[in-house]
Ligand binder design. Structure first.
Ligand SMILES: C[S@@+](CC[C@H](N)C(=O)[O-])C[C@H]1O[C@@H](n2cnc3c(N)ncnc32)[C@H](O)[C@@H]1O
Ligand SMILES: [Zn+2]
Length: 276
């Protein structure tokens, strides 16, 4: 697909789903204009990029996530180590027609989940590099650069809102949910990637991790909450070790890759489901 046609294809997909959008500045309804822009009724205008995504960020943003980090996340997710988590999410949102992934990064989780079900997926992330990668690889979904706390979407629009290893804004999520909609949030549990952390922090307290506060805030924010823990250990191909190191944000001190030996890796997460 050429550059121009990717923009047109993105514009067409947005047009088909335009009622999901609202202007992030004035909250008015919005329409596709000349296949190149979204324009609201007060004339605020947002460009559709030639790669087919839309930029609706209303303020500058500094991302701590680089292009390399998103490429590494894609390689690691593509290897299938999160498959059981994605399958669980797919089950939980089986009937959802409209799905928003908040903090979607490079989009692989959303694309892989939507590939197995009906409906439209929209991914939003504040990092342009993530959305660029998502639009490049997964043109079947809608990709949007934006702030999940001030999102460019209309009230009561989404049957499911995903929030995977990302920051959240529950007031905004509740505004966006349809009446019977749900938020599915994935947070790491104590064993998450523990083989890696054990080697990185051989003698440090950073080795253990608690998500207690995050879970407590989630429970306070929704009337109806369920929590399911998913724990498993999978083999990890040696060539993925550098990508696994790269995909973790700064603060995880990087040792020489040569000193890290991993044959398997543990995924240990809580999957929280909240309804209003
Ligand atoms: C650890 S990454 C997880 C990405 C993806 N969900 C995954 O599991 O691979 C966290 C993501 O949240 C995004 N993010 C952080 N603050 C955000 C905000 N205010 N609005 C939208 N995205 C945000 C970051 O840019 C980053 O892509
Ligand atoms: Zn507007």
């Amino acid at each position: 697909m050429g550059a121009l046609s990717k923009r047109a294809a993105g514009a067409a997909l947005m047009d088909e789903n335009i009622t999901l959008f609202a202007c992030p500045i004035c909250q008015e309804s919005i329409g596709v204009f000349e296949q190149g822009r979204l324009v609201c009724s007060s004339n605020h205008s947002f460009d559709i990029a030639k790669q087919g995504y839309i930029n609706m960020l209303t303020h500058g943003a500094i991302s701590k996530y680089s292009k390399e980090l998103f490429e590494s996340r894609k390689a690691v997710i593509d290897s299938g180590i999160y498959d059981l988590v994605e399958d669980k999410i797919g089950e939980l949102i089986a009937n959802a027609e409209t799905v928003l992934d908040t903090g979607c990064g490079e989009g692989s989780h959303l694309a892989r989940i939507m590939a197995k079900k009906q409906g439209i997926g929209i991914g939003i992330d504040i990092a342009k590099e993530g959305i660029l990668a998502a639009a490049r690889h997964y043109p079947e979904q809608i990709w949007c650069v934006g702030d999940l706390a001030k999102s460019p979407f209309a009230r009561s629009s989404f049957d499911a809102i995903l929030n995977i290893l990302s920051p959240a804004n529950y007031e905004e999520f509740k505004r966006l949910l349809t009446q019977n909609g749900c938020v599915v949030k994935v947070v790491p549990q104590s064993g998450y990637l523990h083989e890696l952390r054990a080697q990185l922090y051989a003698d440090s307290t950073k080795e253990s991790y608690s998500n207690e506060q995050i879970v407590a805030r989630f429970k306070d924010s929704f009337a109806d909450v369920s929590v399911e823990r998913i724990t498993y250990t999978v083999p990890l191909a040696t060539e993925l070790v550098p990508a696994l190191l790269e995909m973790t944000p700064m603060g995880w001190h990087k040792k020489e890759e040569a000193n890290i030996h991993l044959e398997e890796i543990t995924i240990d997460v809580d999957v929280l489901v909240g309804r209003v």
